[in-house]
Design a protein around this ligand. Structure first.
Ligand code: FAD
Ligand code: NAP
Length: 548
């Protein structure tokens, strides 16, 4: 008997108190914390396994850009120490193995229904409950719905003429075929050079016959400097966990590091280069987080960082024309999320790797045989679209969510996204989001875990106070939108053309409102804000009792 079955269903009550949608970090974190709080919770997941991002993104080279030991949950001590991380930046299988391990170890699996895609959510005002339709089985009713459908889970294929006519294999990076593609000796095209494209390119270069990289915007790719975690380091990681999580909660991006208390102009040229060089060698996001605190706020500081990376690119790429094409020139460093690579730039020195610049001449057509750019056709056997996601709202609005008075979430978000602190939207009572739009841009597992914890405690508060209804209030949504805008405009990152092509601004998807989709005010500040909401009686969340 599982946990849900152990609860007697009361006649006239919904099937469950809470239904969570999605079995990535967000959903697993929510299921655990809701269950610990005593709620009868069912989790529905479209995929055939848990893991979310790490279940779906099985493309060659997929790996975390956050160090393993804090790309993890902080709850349940056994989950921190019993899963032995192997690599500093773990590959897809290792992260996915971790999430499966947590689900099994905490005995969550009996309450997870896999292979079940939610197609609609309809709020019933009389019953104050949600009816959930899925692609399998009968409708399910629940008092509360918690969506954890992922902010980067709805793959985006650009609308290029002829995309259906290609006779070879055409795949999106986030939907890599279960049965691996045969790539040996093949002519492969990769479209897109974001974090996914970069990982694919460096991994495919040595496997395929010819690799054509279709680049529209070059990125600032940082070095990974990955390594295998030694037994001594692992012991130290385990010992330091209390301090690690303390630091994570106090950091802008949810990393266990601190501000340097240094600006780029406070040191001389030589010292500045030394610091850049030192943190570049550390690898990962250290170059961004541990050099100078004003990189996102001062154009001059940002230019110094960008120049440093451009010099690295020129020193690594043999052909000067290719090197120049790989150098970002039109957007500040970190205005797009910087990819992390290991030997990415050097792959362009290989004779079988070809950079195709599609910045001036866009991809005109997908033909039966390949990709046409201007009057040149590139003949290909496989095309990989690493073209990103309909981020933050895509997976939510793919569900037909119908709230109070027949209001549709897709219509609301299609006009302009509004939420109260990224947690809920007016018109949609008892529907709460984890990693929906307007939540912090930060290391995600801590962000998701804390959001899930906030939701679980809010529901406990309601239970203890005999309340059964929570709905965001419009003035609170407007105030949050103002905070989002103030946070983004306090940086220099979105003052130059990038605004038009970054998923954080919604502008990578034609027709989507161009507005800031994430909170750039910092994970630490977000935690303080949501804690204050919790401690002051949930202002702006309109909690009440509607049942007689
Ligand atoms: P997801 O992991 O996306 O899970 C959402 C789940 O919801 C999916 O399993 C999906 O199938 C399910 N779902 C969606 N719609 C429905 C529906 N209608 N019905 C049923 N189920 C549904 N972030 C970092 O901080 N550091 C990193 O290093 C990092 N690496 C990444 C690497 C890749 C390749 C990608 C794409 C993203 C990466 N991210 C990283 C972001 C990553 O998405 C988050 O870190 C995190 O895994 C998100 O967890 P989640 O639970 O919110 O969503
Ligand atoms: P992305 O950052 O949105 O990049 C999409 C790429 O496709 C861009 O280079 C874009 O070019 C290009 N593109 C889109 N349409 C195109 C077209 N019609 N023609 C040519 N190029 C086109 O997507 P992503 O790389 O999948 O990454 C999304 C996010 O997921 C990342 O920012 C990160 O947060 C997360 N992620 C993380 C990791 C990791 O941590 N290990 C790995 C992968 C993804 P433009 O820039 O010109 O638009």
């Amino acid at each position: 008997m599982n946990y849900s079955q152990a609860h007697d269903k009361v006649a006239g009550q919904p099937d469950h108190e809470v239904v969570v949608i999605g079995a990535g970090f967000g959903g697993i974190g929510a299921l655990y914390q809701l269950r610990e709080a005593g709620f009868d919770t069912l989790l529905l997941e479209a995929g055939v396994g848990v893991g979310g991002t790490w279940h779906w993104n099985t493309y060659p080279g997929a790996r975390s850009d956050t160090e393993a030991w804090y790309y993890a949950f902080s709850f349940a001590p056994e989950t921190l120490t019993e899963y032995r991380w192997r690599e500093r930046f773990p590959g897809q299988a290792e992260v996915n193995g971790y999430i499966s391990f947590v689900a099994d170890r905490l005995r969550l699996t009996p309450d997870i229904r896999l292979g079940t895609r939610v197609t609609s959510l309809v709020y019933d005002e009389i019953e104050n409950s949600w009816t959930i339709c899925t692609d399998s089985g009968r409708p399910i009713t629940t008092r509360f719905v918690v969506t954890a459908v992922g902010g980067l889970s709805d793959p985006h294929l650009p609308d290029i003429p002829g995309i259906d006519s290609f006779r070879g294999d055409l795949v999106h990076s986030a939907r890599w075929p279960m049965k691996d593609l045969e790539l040996g000796g093949k002519r492969v095209g990769v479209v897109g050079t974001g974090a996914s494209g970069v990982q694919l390119v460096e991994s495919l270069a040595g496997q395929v016959g010819e690799l054509f990289v279709f680049q529209r915007t070059p990125n600032y790719v940082l070095d990974r400097n990955n390594y295998v975690i030694s037994d001594e380091q692992w012991e130290e990681i385990k010992r330091s966990y209390p301090q690690t999580w303390e630091k994570v909660q106090q950091h802008y991006f949810g990393f266990p590091t601190q501000l340097t208390n240094r600006t780029a102009d406070a040191v001389g040229d030589e010292e500045r280069q030394r610091i850049f060089e030192e943190q570049w060698a550390v690898g990962g996001f250290s170059f961004y987080l541990n050099t100078f605190d004003d990189i996102a706020f001062s154009e001059w500081a940002n230019d110094q960082a960008a120049d440093f990376i451009r010099r690295k690119i020129r020193s690594r790429v043999d052909d000067p024309v290719t090197a120049e094409l790989l150098c970002p020139k039109n957007h500040p460093f970190a205005a797009k999320r910087p990819p992390i690579g290991q030997g990415y730039y050097e792959t362009f020195n290989l004779p079988n790797v070809h950079l195709v610049d599609v910045s001036a001449n866009p991809i005109g057509e997908i033909t039966e045989n390949g990709i046409r750019v201007a009057d040149q056709e590139f003949e290909l056997d496989v095309i990989v679209f690493a073209t990103g996601f309909d981020a933050l709202t895509g997976a939510l609005t793919a569900i037909d969510v119908v709230g109070r008075d027949g209001l549709r979430l897709a219509d609301v978000f299609g006009d302009s996204v509004r939420t109260h602190t990224g947690l809920a939207t007016a018109g949609f009572p008892n529907l709460l989001y984890i990693y929906g739009p307007q939540t912090p841009f930060a290391n995600l597992p801590p962000t998701l875990e804390k959001t899930a914890g906030w939701i679980a405690r809010a529901l406990v508060h309601m239970r203890e106070n005999d309340l059964d209804y929570i709905e965001a209030e419009p003035p609170a949504e407007m105030a949050w939108k103002r905070e989002l805008e103030e946070a983004v405009t306090s940086t220099i990152l979105y003052k130059r053309p990038t605004k038009d092509t970054a998923w954080m601004m919604g502008s990578n998807i034609p027709g989507k409102p161009v507005e800031v989709q994430v909170y750039f005010g910092g994970f630490d500040k977000y935690l303080k804000k949501t804690t204050e909401i919790e401690l002051t009686g949930y202002p702006g969340f309109g909690m009440k009792r509607v049942a007689p």
